[in-house]
Design a protein around this ligand. Structure first.
Ligand SMILES: O=C(O)CCC(=O)C(=O)O
Ligand SMILES: [Fe+2]
Length: 469
């Protein structure tokens, strides 16, 4: 047996169990959900709206959920008729439909830091929110409540920012032939953005399935419809760091409203009683309990590292404020399971190029207070960690004109590794590490970029552990 207690068999077995449990949670975690809402009056439609999780479980509402026909009004280029109007469901050939389609302008997308119009990558029409209005409300028909349940489950730590707010973003039309949007991530518009919602208005079309992917798993939302079906509204929501694409539309027009989803302070959570889920029921909770009870597991204490499954929108000022409440799905579950044992858990950006380096800091500490120093020459190895984080934050703002760094490798080379021992339970894959801004986004954003985070758990020495359960 090894003399080094951190390499004991028990230690290794516990790390192994933790890893298996976290990976299993990641593999079954929800990253997208969707449903349908009948239009009031189309009584032969399925009676209830439903929301479908990744495991295909169907959640039906007891109360009939339906919505009024959806009106869209838009600024029309026709001087004789400056406001256009269409009421959905619409049928192919409807004059209002053709006017709406022709009022749209071509939709662009973000590639690197450029706004691109390339119809081989994205062929769609768009109206900005300044150019249209609608009576459709995703709150009134229960979509936002369903999305919050699937994508923002609240557990026990009384996060203040666990409400969900939807902000309408665009009206899009994907028409045959060739309407499509190839793989991309949705560009975050602030550090509070957690997801995207797409609402498909009833208009007959074929093709145009939305594919959403995360960690090798795929969910398909195919809203093709024909005359034999009662018209309804279809919707899907997903974490916006998930890669997704709209396949080619082969006939008709696929008309959507898109919304950005933000975490906000939620009423009811402020009192600290979210209560929806019990952290003690999380599978990971028991394994952590066993871990803490083992005398030869980190007897002198130590630090565990667990790479997050999702990427997070990062801005200079506010990301510190919103995390951990903006944690997505499985990342929140892992966070909660450790927090429920009253362990210190911090969330830090992870940077690496083959090796993994951590820019260590307590995100709550005021690193802006650190005195400025000159960083010339090779002094960067000696920088205090607070300075490293400060400089990293600057670099993460890729569009910051002050930043001298051209590539991520430059930053790593300049700042050098932080030599702190971390026992990695789950490592980030090299290609996922650091400034994981999407090469293809649905827009160019100067406000926020995606970054990779890891959870770091400080395990106290055995004699200091508070062993309850
Ligand atoms: O229409 C859809 O299903 C998704 C559209 C999309 O990905 C986007 O607008 O960014
Ligand atoms: Fe998108």
């Amino acid at each position: 047996m090894s003399n080094d207690p951190t390499n004991s068999e028990t230690h290794n077995e516990i790390i192994h169990q933790l890893r298996l449990c976290i990976l299993e949670q990641k593999a079954i975690a929800t990253f997208a959900c969707g449903g349908n809402i009948p239009i009031a009056g189309s009584s032969d439609s399925s009676e209830f709206g439903d929301a479908t999780s990744r495991s295909s479980a169907t959640v039906s509402s007891r109360d009939k959920v339906s919505t009024e026909p959806v009106a869209i009004r838009w600024d029309s280029p026709n001087p004789g008729k400056p406001i256009g109007k269409a009421i959905f469901p619409l049928s192919t050939g409807d004059a209002g439909l053709l006017q709406l389609v022709s009022a749209c302008t071509p939709a662009t997308f973000g590639r690197g830091n450029e706004d691109i119009l390339d119809e081989t990558y994205r062929k769609a029409g768009k109206l900005d929110t300044t150019a249209f209005s609608t009576n459709f409300c995703p709150y009134a028909c229960g979509i936002i409540d369903s999305v919050a349940q699937f994508l923002l489950p609240s557990i026990g730590i009384a996060p203040l920012w666990r409400g969900l707010r939807a902000e309408i973003y665009k009206l899009n039309v994907y028409s045959s032939p060739a309407g499509r949007f190839k793989p991309h991530m949705d560009t975050p518009r602030s550090e509070k953005q957690i997801g995207s919602l797409v609402v498909c208005l009833p208009c007959i079309h074929k093709g145009g399935a939305l594919q959403v992917r995360h960690k090798g798993a795929n969910q398909t939302f195919d809203w093709s419809s024909d005359k034999s079906e009662a018209p309804d509204i279809k919707w899907a929501a997903f974490y916006s760091d998930c890669e997704h694409e709209v396949e080619e539309v082969v006939s008709g027009h696929r008309i959507t409203l898109t919304y950005n989803l933000f975490v906000e302070r939620g009423p009811g959570l402020q009192a600290g009683h979210s209560g929806a889920l019990d952290a003690k029921q999380l599978p990971l909770y028991q394994i952590i309990s066993q871990m803490l009870h083992q005398q030869d597991f980190m007897p002198k204490g130590g630090r565990l590292g667990i790479a997050c499954s999702h990427k997070y929108a990062h801005t200079h000022q506010q990301s510190i404020e919103v995390l951990p409440s903006a944690l997505k799905g499985v990342d929140m579950a892992v966070f909660e399971a450790f927090q429920a044992h009253e362990l210190d858990v911090s969330l830090l950006p992870v940077v690496g190029g083959g090796i993994f380096e951590i820019w260590r800091n307590d995100l709550n500490s005021d690193w802006e207070d650190e005195p400025e120093r000159s960083h010339q020459g090779d002094d960067s190895e000696n920088l205090p960690n607070t300075m490293r984080l400060k400089r990293l934050e600057k670099c993460l703002l890729r569009f910051d004109p002050q930043s001298d760094y051209e590539t991520f490798a430059d930053i790593v080379e300049d700042l050098g590794p932080v030599k702190e021992h971390v026992e990695w339970v789950v490592k980030a894959r090299a290609e996922e590490v650091a400034m994981a801004y999407a090469a293809y986004g649905n827009n160019v954003s100067l406000e926020a970029v995606y970054t990779s985070l890891a959870l770091f758990v400080d395990v106290p020495a055995f004699v200091e552990r508070q062993l309850s359960a």
